[in-house]
Design a protein around this ligand. Structure first.
Ligand SMILES: [Zn+2]
Length: 299
């Protein structure tokens, strides 16, 4: 759903802004925030065959190979054209994207997938829970934000994977890790990217923010009873995963633009290489959940 007009637009765009704890501090209308999230961002190489092709407010990652590419996240519905344009600017073809995957099925990360699939012809792979939402469109039952989310457009040709099952496109191997909590189907991704003999463990992290629709309790949800346990599993994953370069679904959550500014100033070692970044992400996620559960205890 677009941020322009129609009745759910205001809620959808507001949620797109707050969904992962992004405070833009604007007093403008929610749709103006959507425009901010969708601000154009020139694409660039993060490392090796891994490129940033998202908007300034929402990450989208292209991993390339001569036999086809992988795209992680499609951002907002209106982001699809920007992402396709960024892929072209880098000298690649959208038609060579063979696989599209996702962090979680909210409109600010999955809203552009249907359009990007039409442009590329790529297959889409998702966790069981997320795949059901993508196939049907709409909003998933059990989503902590159910009732306030913008419905997704249905996506064709969605396959599913098991936790830790490697997916291959040409020489690319990318591995999904179920990191639920923010949604029941949340998924983070790992792969290796090399430049010559130097290879790094790349991590694309799903949101770890415990926010919800009014009335939802992470401690007592009938629709999502294992929400707290799921978050705990996700924190443990980020505490233990090999992690040289962390990219978060909302780039600023991992200081992405600060790191880029330092890199552009020639700071060495490369500010994107930070083997402690995933542990820091887990720590901040644990703290947010602790605060949320303390608030729920007072209600
Ligand atoms: Zn979200």
């Amino acid at each position: 759903m677009s941020c322009r007009g129609i009745k759910h637009g205001v809620i959808a765009c507001l949620l797109a802004v707050i969904c992962c704890g992004v405070a833009l501090g604007q007093k403008a209308t929610p749709c103006a925030n959507c425009i901010t999230l969708n601000k154009a961002q020139p694409p660039f190489r993060i490392f090796g065959s891994t490129y940033y092709v998202g908007t300034h407010g929402l990450s989208s990652i292209l991993i390339t190979s001569p036999a086809g590419h992988v795209l992680i996240d499609g951002d907002l519905p209106e982001s699809a054209g920007l992402i396709a344009g960024n892929i072209r600017l880098l000298g690649f073809r959208i038609e060579d994207v063979k696989l599209i995957v996702n962090s979680h099925v909210h409109s600010d990360h999955a809203g552009g997938i249907a359009d990007l699939q039409r442009r590329s012809g790529a297959r889409v792979a998702a966790s069981e829970w997320s795949a059901e939402v993508l196939r049907k469109g709409g909003v998933g039952k059990g989503d902590p934000q159910y009732g306030t989310l913008s419905p997704l457009a249905a996506v064709k040709n969605v396959s599913t994977f098991r936790d830790g099952e490697s997916l291959k496109v040409g020489e690319i191997t990318i591995t999904p890790h179920l990191t639920p909590g923010h949604t029941p189907g949340g998924t983070s991704w790992t792969w290796k990217t090399c430049e010559g003999s130097v290879c790094y463990d790349m991590v694309y992290a799903d949101s770890l923010n415990p926010i919800s629709a009014p009335g939802f309790r992470f401690t007592k949800s009938r629709e999502y009873p294992q929400a707290v346990e799921d978050f705990e599993k996700s924190f443990t994953f980020f505490e233990t995963v090999p992690c040289d370069v962390l990219i978060t679904a909302h780039p600023e959550v991992s200081g992405f633009w600060d790191r880029l500014a330092l890199r552009e100033r020639g700071v060495k070692p490369d500010p994107f290489i930070d083997s402690g970044a995933c542990r820091k992400l887990a720590e901040s996620g644990r703290e947010k959940l602790r605060q949320r559960l303390a608030d729920e205890g007072k209600r």
